[in-house]
Design a protein. Sequence first.
Length: 141
Amino acid sequence: MGRRDEGSGKLLSLAYFLREYRGALRSDFRHYYGMDLREALRGNVFDAADLAVNIPPGAAVWREHGGALAWTQAEHFAALQLHAANIANWQRTKDGQKGSNPPKPIEPPKGRKERDADTARLDARAQAFLSRQKAREQSTE
């Protein structure tokens, strides 16, 4: 197998990052590699793909994407410590002694698409509420 076969998944990832998170990817290339993304793309695209898929956890691309890679190892560890403290405090409560309502682990941040979908859902609910309120006001006049 040649290099093209080995890098096809990386090229697809690079294309996805460019389409979805171009600004974050540009920032990460400058931050982590000290190079402009456009220059990297003008060079060997396989090298640019290698760099893109190996951007470390916690980088801007991963924060935009969301999920576990959005956090650095230190942030994961801090979340685990906080969860352990929450469990220890919960165990001293009535719920903890009964084993009910345990604290939930802290979730990594959602990606931009998921946040945007949540915002759209909340906006739709708010608009529906306002419409009901307006209809109620008009019916009492």
